[in-house]
Write a protein that binds this ligand. Structure first.
Ligand SMILES: NC(=O)C1=CN([C@@H]2O[C@H](COP(=O)(O)OP(=O)(O)OC[C@H]3O[C@@H](n4cnc5c(N)ncnc54)[C@H](OP(=O)(O)O)[C@@H]3O)[C@@H](O)[C@H]2O)C=CC1
Ligand SMILES: O=CCCC(=O)O
Length: 305
């Protein structure tokens, strides 16, 4: 199977390499084109523009930072839409809001409407993922797909390489919403955990012992422990925030989840407070660090009192 891949950041690079390792032919593009070189070493071809990739490939996957990035590769000069035509599929795996996905989808469908007249039109699937850098490298992502069901089924060979589980959630927007809800829970949990670590330290208790109590590896997880605490806790105590999931993206997801809450008349004060902490962390220059670096903002805030 031949696929195009747009966006070779932390996730895109790992996912594209994984596809190549599993026998897929992959044509890559990245805004900073030099990042394609490493993929060429793994056997990828390079497309000079998103349009060139879509022209070459029946299926094109995108893994881009945020809504403006997702929009910019689809619209405008040398973009996806220039070459998206009947039979071709566009699969956006970035974490964006439902409006962004719908905007991309509607234009794809608008082109598809003209299909009846001009025999030209593309298909769209949103497919954001849960799981970070390591699961992306290991093909252990969880894929939250929604949109064109036939395209979803055609993508299953690729999804089975990229992920350990996939869901089809119906109409476009549902994948984006589900992903934002999951990340809203994750961001709030990370803040609660950071406050717990900071409070343990402040009261003279050992944060290491707290983690040990939360996550007893030899006995399985305690009721409050979870894989995130098990994975991130020890590195947080070493102030190691080498980015797997950049904090700026977690804050973007909190912001988009809060907007989703507002659209649906749901106040989410816990998520709102967590969002503020991520904003504080960004203002401390931690945006490109792992999202667990919010611990530093929690500790710094505490120092003010
Ligand atoms: N990291 C993680 O653990 C996970 C991330 N996600 C989501 O996946 C997406 C990608 O994340 P991740 O790989 O970590 O992010 P990175 O910041 O590592 O990569 C972002 C990618 O988007 C590209 N990009 C940014 N702005 C534009 C633009 N205006 N036009 C074109 N390309 C652009 C970057 O290109 P360039 O190299 O030129 O800057 C890069 O390829 C995000 O939506 C994120 O929320 C989802 C699950 C897990
Ligand atoms: O969007 C990022 C999610 C990271 C994770 O699920 O570990």
């Amino acid at each position: 199977m031949e696929v195009g891949f747009l966006g070779l950041g932390i996730m895109g690079k790992a996912m594209a390499v994984n596809l190549l390792r599993n026998g897929f032919k992959v044509t890559v593009w990245n805004r900073t084109l030099s990042k394609c070189e490493e993929l060429v070493e793994h056997g990828a071809s390079v497309g000079e523009t998103p349009a060139a990739v879509v022209k070459k490939c029946k299926y094109t996957i995108a893994m881009l930072s945020d809504p403006p990035a997702a929009i910019s590769v689809v619209f405008g000069k040398d973009s996806v839409l220039e070459q998206l035509c009947e039979g071709k599929g566009y699969i956006d795996m970035s974490t964006v809001d439902a409006d962004t996905s719908s905007k991309i989808s509607k234009v794809a469908q608008a082109t598809a409407v003209s299909t009846a007249i001009t025999e030209v039109g593309g298909r769209f699937l949103e497919a954001p993922v849960s799981g970070s850098k390591k699961p992306a490298e290991d093909g252990q992502l969880i894929i939250l797909a929604a949109g064109d069901k036939a395209l979803y089924e055609e993508m299953l060979p690729a999804f089975s390489v990229l992920g350990k589980k996939d869901f089809f959630l119906g109409e476009v927007g549902n994948g984006a919403k589900m992903k934002l809800i999951v990340n809203m829970i994750m961001g709030s949990t990370m803040n609660a955990f950071s406050e717990g670590l900071a409070l343990a330290g402040r009261t003279g208790l050992s944060p290491e012992t707290l983690i040990e109590m939360l996550v007893k590896e030899e006995e399985g997880l305690g009721a409050v422990g979870n894989p995130m605490i098990m994975m991130k806790g020890p590195t947080m105590l070493k102030s190691n925030y080498s980015p797997a999931f950049p904090l700026k993206h977690q804050q973007k997801d909190m912001r988009l989840a809060l907007a989703l809450g507002e659209e649906n008349g749901l106040a989410m004060p816990v998520a709102a407070a967590a969002n503020e902490a991520f904003i504080r962390a960004k203002s401390l220059g931690l945006g490109d660090q792992d999202f667990s670096a919010v611990y530093e903002a929690v500790k710094a805030e505490g120092l003010k009192q």
